[in-house]
Design a binder for this molecule. Structure first.
Ligand SMILES: [Zn+2]
Length: 72
């Protein structure tokens, strides 16, 4: 599974605070995640994390480019 920095992971199990969305702060053997509900940070092994992912939300790359170069 392709997980990148800045991705927002929707998990099958929610955090005790009630949020099930986590932001990816670090990838590697372990993932460092931050709960979007309470801001709690946690490290979990990659394999365990991937099993628990329901959906990956990634901001579209290049979507923010302003359309100001059309009349060149
Ligand atoms: Zn939380």
């Amino acid at each position: 599974m392709d997980i990148r920095l800045g991705d927002r992971l929707k998990m099958k199990k929610s955090h005790p605070c009630g949020s099930d969305v986590f932001e990816v702060l670090r990838v590697g053997m372990d993932f460092r995640l931050r709960c979007s509900g309470c801001g709690h940070e946690l490290m979990i092994p990659r394999a365990k994390c991937e099993k628990n992912i329901k959906r990956v939300d990634r901001p579209e790359e290049g979507a923010q480019a302003p359309k100001e170069n059309e009349n060149v």
